[in-house]
Design a protein. Sequence first.
Length: 251
Amino acid sequence: MRKPVIAGNWKLYKTTDEAVALINGLIPLVKKAKGVEIVVAPVFTVLGKVKSAISDSPIKLAAQNCFWEEEGAFTGEVAPKMLVDAGCSHVIIGHSERRQYFAETDGTVNRKIKAALKAGMTGIFCIGETLAERDAGKTWEVLDRQLTGGLAEIPAKSLEALIVAYEPVWAIGTGKTATDDQAQEAHAFIRGALAKLYSRQVAETTRILYGGSVKPENIKGLMAMADIDGALVGGASLKADSFAAIVNYQE
Ligand code: PEP
């Protein structure tokens, strides 16, 4: 009942020509993918071009970040309604790189989620512990804090437009994937926390993606886990063949 989502985070990569080449290479390779939602998140500057390229395909467009205000004197920011205007249906919020390098907190993540939902977007809400936090036995405390803070004052109804991405920071871009069991354990914890914050029904219907060095070689094992509903893919989404192999994991 939870449709799997495979989302590609292109991070700070790809100029216009490179982005267009990547998406045009990807489209034919995922043409036959059934029962899976495909999302790509390029940099802001190429959203329009990528949107034109995917217009006849089921691939959906995401931004990698948004601001919480609708407009105003906020130089350098982009509002959710402007992302919708550029063709985005989804937006990644609270990625660990934004928390680490751009001082995002659970509070700012919460404001961004609310703004994205208000604009009618689907938020991909990222949470995950660092290696130091895992080693200190604080994984559950951190996930609980990020979930509670990020979702503060967000009503149960809005969770329909929210996807949670569990991304252990120690697995992002490091080549170290969480084992299938480690990932499943965290996903089950997150689903349990959603049940406590909202209800069993909300917990059972919310999609929880795993992110952290997902590759064609490990996607099958991860997707076989009961509480893993898809993947947020960084490095392996930058090449059409590896991202397509992840999307087509059921073949
Ligand atoms: C990410 O950017 O969200 C990510 C999981 O990156 P990678 O797949 O490269 O670890």
